[in-house]
Design a protein around this ligand. Structure first.
Ligand SMILES: [Zn+2]
Length: 230
């Protein structure tokens, strides 16, 4: 009844669809559409900016129904809608691709950190605060000095730059339990409900400042953008 269209195509910006459900949440109305372009906040990735029939909405995961529901943004209201009614849905595509680039770069940095022998501890793919945190199961002496931390960061940068230069494909499949597994070629596989670029060559301006170590966590901050279309 609702298809998460952003799984199949990160770049689909607009569609004609129908109202799949309507309801209320904390006294505010929501609408769920069949062909859902709207990625809700989750998995460390911010929500899309979207519109239903020209009304700006914020998508939210409704845990009661399991649906992604669209709620009016402050300053806007939802149109009057009924079940089955045709509607036009649209997302802010440059914002979507910016989020997808940050999110995909996060996977890539996770892979690069794992190649250093580290284990993922936390991630955040929000613009301006994107970071991947690791722990080192075996003590990593490089992390004890500023020079060593820069050396370790440079190793990550080299790994990341190499993967982007190779333009490795980003693909996904559903496993036997129905989980969506995302692959960065052979570098990385993880269950993930986020949005991703098509291949790592879509990433641009991936910048990793020297990593920090805080409370036993290796914190790798980063920024990334989507490559401009040529
Ligand atoms: Zn992902």
């Amino acid at each position: 009844m609702q298809v998460s269209a952003y799984y199949a195509d990160t770049y689909e910006a607009q569609a004609q669809t129908r109202v799949a459900a309507i309801g209320e949440r904390d006294g505010a109305p929501w609408v769920a559409v069949e062909h859902c372009l709207f990625h809700p906040q989750g998995g460390g990735q911010p929500a899309d900016r979207g519109w239903v029939d020209g009304h700006e909405i914020t998508p939210v995961r409704d845990h009661d129904s399991g649906l992604v529901v669209a709620m009016a943004c402050s300053g806007d209201t939802l149109p009057e809608l009924s079940l089955g009614q045709p509607v036009e849905v649209r997302i802010d595509l440059p914002l979507r691709t910016a989020h997808a680039a940050l999110h995909t770069a996060g996977h890539l940095i996770e892979a690069a950190g794992r190649a250093q022998g580290w284990v993922l501890a936390a991630n955040n793919h929000f613009p301006g605060q994107a970071r991947i945190e690791f722990t080192a199961p075996t003590p990593d002496a490089r992390l004890d000095t500023p020079e060593g931390r820069e050396e370790a960061t440079e190793a990550l940068r080299v790994e990341v730059a190499e993967a982007i230069a190779q333009d490795w494909p980003v693909t996904w499949e559903n496993d036997a339990e129905g989980r969506r597994i995302v692959h960065l070629s052979d570098l990385h596989s993880a269950p993930c409900g986020g949005t991703h670029v098509r291949s790592l060559g879509d990433l641009a301006d991936v910048v990793l400042p020297t990593l920090k170590v805080k409370k036993g966590r290796i914190r790798v901050s980063y920024s990334a953008a989507h490559r401009e279309k040529s």
